[in-house]
Design a protein around this ligand. Structure first.
Ligand code: AMP
Length: 217
């Protein structure tokens, strides 16, 4: 299975991506996570990426394309993958097509998580991430059992720097301008699976699995 999950920030891409990759036993490849790892390592890519991510802007296409091409060359990606947060522009989608074509592959499906703009900002502002294992919670829609503590590993829950309300609004604007055109792009290729993301995590996941299993497996 070669899958992409797209949707505005706050739609629940990361949460669903983890569930899908586990269910179908394919690697979850998140460009946001990869960029944050580079930023934490303080390397050249990280230093450059930080300038964009901390403003809620997109990191230049060539950097992200190279990062994804390298990651897709790892052996675990031969059995399939789920790309989360990539592509985010039409140019990135074209680049992905080429990367896959070089291996004689193409995508099987693009999952589009749909949710209204009004819901997004409050969802983003409520998000908390475990600083130890990266698990994601939401103080309103998916709270941890003990406040500020990760259910999985007991790590401390923190708010991502770019999850504050001002940067979140910029990220949603960037999504509308740069990423939303991908919906028509993938619709025209008959790859798009539209999912109503304004439901519980379990309901959204069940809907995704039903649609994918019905068509692809
Ligand atoms: P995410 O964790 O997917 O919300 O991504 C966090 C931030 O990383 C975004 O706001 C962008 O600054 C950057 N980023 C992640 N993926 C991409 C991408 N495909 N293209 C450009 N920038 C990206």
């Amino acid at each position: 299975m070669r899958l992409v999950i797209i949707g505005p920030p706050g739609a629940g891409k990361g949460t669903q991506a983890k569930l899908i990759s586990h269910h179908f036993d394919i690697p979850h490849i998140s460009t946001g996570d990869m960029l944050r790892e580079n930023i934490a390592a303080g390397n050249e890519i990280g230093t450059l990426a930080k300038r964009y991510t901390e403003q809620g802007l997109l990191v230049p296409d060539d950097i992200v394309n190279c990062m994804v091409e390298e990651r897709l060359s790892h052996p675990d990606a031969t059995k399939g993958f789920l790309l989360d947060g990539y592509p985010r522009t039409v140019d990135q989608a074209d680049a992905l097509k080429l990367i896959l074509a070089k291996k004689g592959n193409n995508l099987n499906a693009v999952i589009n998580l749909e949710i209204s703009r009004e819901k997004l900002i409050s969802r983003i502002a409520g998000r908390r991430i475990c600083e130890n294992c990266g698990a994601s919670f939401n103080i309103i829609t998916n709270p941890p059992r003990v406040s500020c503590i990760c259910d999985n590993c007991g790590g401390r829950l923190i708010q991502r720097h770019d999850d504050n309300v001002d940067i979140a609004a910029t990220r949603v604007d960037v999504y509308m301008k740069e990423t939303k055109p991908l919906i028509d792009y993938y619709k025209s290729l008959s790859l798009l699976y539209v999912i109503d993301a304004d439901r519980s995590i379990e309901q959204v996941f069940e809907d995704i699995c039903n649609k994918l299993e019905c068509d692809i497996e």
